[in-house]
Design a protein around this ligand. Structure first.
Ligand code: SAM
Length: 219
């Protein structure tokens, strides 16, 4: 049976590097963060390999931890250099939060389901992360109190881009958000702010759970 280290190494080599993830800092963070600790009920030794598989997995409450490739891809798009303050919308398991926290100065992460936020906080506290603030709220209006952000990462699918999120981006900041039909698939939007100009690039197709709230899906 593979050790956790061997499973993480295989994940990085075969799911990430071989598919074009090239930023060594992102690959190192994906190697370091112990993905199995973020997956409830799957962290027993007999299920360990599942935790590092090429797929999203259930974390309860009808929500998922994202596929490793998607976590790495979205993180790489942010082109982090270490000084950034990031807003993450959709804490979920806290796994993406940990990868971000490895690569930036501070992460503010918002989750609408209290139980998930609490669980993520426990795992991340146990791993000794000190640069994360956890908020339980509807994140579709962002989080004004800590704005502006060098980057905003939304890990649930929106029907359209919430204007409030664009407003909370710092100059030269980037917003990554899946946008589109929840019953089929979405596209990952990469929105860059330069002064008061916003440019939007559509990246890869993806499938996420819905972003539910005032400026998201309504159910
Ligand atoms: N990045 C997460 C991880 O690594 O586990 C996966 C996030 S999961 C795909 C999306 C999360 O967004 C869910 O936990 C869901 O409850 C949350 N969510 C949906 N709508 C939200 C909203 N309006 N505000 C905050 N969180 C929301």
């Amino acid at each position: 049976m593979d050790s956790v280290k061997a499973l993480a190494q295989k994940m990085v080599k075969f799911q990430l590097a071989s598919r074009g993830i090239y930023d060594s800092k992102v690959l190192d963070a994906m190697l370091k963060v112990p993905r199995h600790l973020f997956i409830p009920g799957k962290n027993l030794s007999k299920n360990l390999a599942d935790c590092y598989a090429d797929t999203p997995l259930s974390i309860g409450h009808g929500q998922t931890i994202s596929q490793p490739y998607m976590v790495a891809y979205m993180t790489e798009l942010l082109e982090l250099r270490g000084h950034e303050k990031i807003l993450e919308i959709g804490t979920g398991s806290g796994y993406q939060t940990a990868v971000l926290a490895e690569l930036c100065r501070k992460v503010i992460t918002i989750e609408r389901i209290k139980d998930l936020s609490g669980r993520a906080q426990k795992v991340l506290d146990d791993l000794n992360y000190k640069n994360i603030i956890f908020i339980v709220a509807d994140g579709t209006s962002g989080y004004e109190r800590e704005a502006l952000y060098d980057a905003i990462l939304v890990t649930a699918a929106a029907p359209s881009v919430p204007v409030m999120l664009k407003k909370q981006l710092a100059d030269n900041g980037k917003l990554i958000i899946p946008v589109g039909d929840i019953s089929t698939y979405q596209e990952l939007y990469v929105i860059k702010r330069e002064g008061n100009t916003f440019s939007t690039q559509k990246s890869i197709g993806c499938r996420f759970v819905p972003l539910i709230g005032k400026n998201g899906y309504k159910y």
